[in-house]
Design a protein around this ligand. Sequence first.
Ligand SMILES: CC(=O)N[C@H]1[C@@H](OP(=O)(O)OP(=O)(O)OC[C@H]2O[C@@H](n3ccc(=O)[nH]c3=O)[C@H](O)[C@@H]2O)O[C@H](CO)[C@@H](O)[C@@H]1O[C@H](C)C(=O)N[C@@H](C)C(=O)N[C@H](CCC(=O)O)C(=O)O
Ligand SMILES: Nc1ncnc2c1ncn2[C@@H]1O[C@H](COP(=O)(O)OP(=O)(O)OP(=O)(O)O)[C@@H](O)[C@H]1O
Ligand SMILES: N[C@H](CCC[C@H](N)C(=O)O)C(=O)O
Length: 592
Amino acid sequence: MPSDSRVPAGPSDPAGGNPTAGAAGGPTDRPTGLTPVPLAEVATGLDPALAVRLEPGSVDHPADEVALSGAAVRAADCRPGDLFGALPGARVHGAEFAGQAVAAGAVAVLTDAAGRELVRQQGLSVPVLLTEQPRRALGPASAAIYHHPSERLQIIGVTGTSGKTTTCFLLEAALRAQGLTTGLLGTVMTRITEPDGTSTELPSAFTTPEAPDLQALLAVMCQRGVQAVAMEVSSHALQLGRVGGTRYRVGAFANLSQDHLDFHPTMEDYYLAKASLFDGQPAAAGGTPLGAGVSNIDDEYGARLAAEHPSPGGRPMVTISPDGAAADWRLEALTADATGRQQLQIAGPDGLALQTELGLPGPFNAGNALLALACVHAAGYTDPSAIQAAAQALSAVQVPGRMQRVDAGQDFLAVVDYAHKPAAVRAVLTAVRASVPGRVIVALGAGGDRDAGKRPLMGQAAVELADVVIVTDDNPRSEVPHEIRAAVLEGAHQLGEDELGEARLRADTILEIGDRAEAIAMAVALAGHGDAVVIAGKGHETGQEIDGVKHPFSDLRQLESALGARSGAGGVGSAAESAGKGESVGKGEAPQ
Ligand SMILES: CC(=O)N[C@H]1[C@@H](OP(=O)(O)OP(=O)(O)OC[C@H]2O[C@@H](n3ccc(=O)[nH]c3=O)[C@H](O)[C@@H]2O)O[C@H](CO)[C@@H](O)[C@@H]1O[C@H](C)C(=O)N[C@@H](C)C(=O)N[C@H](CCC(=O)O)C(=O)O
Ligand SMILES: Nc1ncnc2c1ncn2[C@@H]1O[C@H](COP(=O)(O)OP(=O)(O)OP(=O)(O)O)[C@@H](O)[C@H]1O
Ligand SMILES: N[C@H](CCC[C@H](N)C(=O)O)C(=O)O
């Protein structure tokens, strides 16, 4: 990964990317040399609906002399001149850490009444911005402190359960093909590409960073000459106000399926969080005003969104249909060659006809490509030659840990993929099954401390679509690993019948191997000519969190080494033997 020595490292998350390994966010890059903004100016600029009151500090810290040069939501990240956003959390009130924040240089605190009491109890005399909605206020306040960076960027925000990262990588390439300097912000990394082509990559702690970190990153992008940004917008970010104060030129909706029901009480709540990207609230209220919206109407929720938000930003919602139904953008034909490369024929608005290639395999990635092109067009790049250039640019895009092929000269397909929810497992296994003549072998698990309801559904999807299912550990986090596996296995063994009364089960072998490295070795050991091995769930991640401890782990490396061991040891037998040493191997448990 190329990196820029001028930029301090991002969050040190050995698990790599997202909170998949329990990272709690972390310091990000910050802009330099911005004029500090008076606290009073920040306070008065906030939406009156937030009822923010400025409580002056002591004579040592008179509010009217305070100017803010940064913001942070974690006390440990505070720097001199910062506003500390002391938020009430699920575990603790951030104001408990106000002393630490002030000691680190914070000059004001944004919090609620309970937080103000905690600040005063600690004998701190800094001014307090008081509101009962501190999360809603923090985004716009951070945006003001960093001089409203999103006003100077063309930001395309992508939301949806699956495909955000992939679509943003595609978008980044398509925007660059318009001659724009680009930023990319999401689960895998933040990438800043400067006008001279230099790229800086920072690790991500979240799919969408906390508000102060997001605004700082956007401000850095402005300073580095970035013009357009492809950005993932998670439902957590929408619900928790992380994107407040961010102006989007285009918002895109990919799809909605079960995930995150640990955080959202219902699918309806999950949908409404995603839909709030399109509701056009003013930025000042923590909303995310939009220039245009794009929705995938093949998806049930995408169709509902288009019906409920017919004109986001005052323009008709742009619709896409990867299935080829009536929509502004349709995929008219899709073919794939033996290597997985796909040829797309696309119909766009005003008779636009495009033909392009995609290096990413799987029909769902053709849908992601269609979404990316529709976004570029909706952002104003409507000239047919511009869109053609965007389409051409998609062909070389690869995404770390998404349908990533590993080739060590073996006579079967081996891929690492990030499918960690039922619909993604289904999409990936369907795509892989269609691309090989032989058997499909999948190793997968489910993450701990996340939506428990999806575990049996993932097991079900796996046994329906693969021939061999190896249930293993993902990131157990604080949970007991074998209990998570048991839930996945329960779904795997509870397959019903289809409408014709046929058993849905496809798998003839279901194994349980907790140790992920051994599960991967077993998957490789069992593969034969023309088969496919899919290692699902951890994608680009470089760590595995077990009982609060992050252990270095990479599916990619493990798969490479299992493939290497297989060819080095002269074939299947020895690899299977070593894989068989797993802690708990239960074979052939599938009812037939
Ligand atoms: C549900 C959720 O997203 N929670 C996030 C939220 O937690 P919380 O409000 O309950 O905070 P808390 O831990 O009780 O702490 C309260 C406050 O004290 C502060 N604090 C706490 C401890 C300390 O030592 N110092 C300190 O200052 C915290 O910064 C926080 O502001 O604010 C915390 C501080 O930033 C986050 O660490 C935490 O993310 C948790 C760890 C998380 O795992 N979130 C994931 C699920 C997430 O956000 N994922 C989405 C979706 C990805 C997808 O679509 O797949 C993402 O955008 O990444
Ligand atoms: N359009 C899609 N429809 C269904 N599944 C998809 C789609 N795009 C990607 N996937 C599957 O979902 C996995 C995650 O893809 P990607 O990282 O692009 O999505 P994401 O929305 O960013 O996911 P996450 O929120 O988990 O980070 C892929 O590895 C693939 O298995
Ligand atoms: N953004 C997702 C990542 C999950 C990755 C998967 N490997 C797991 O640990 O469940 C989440 O926080 O739910």
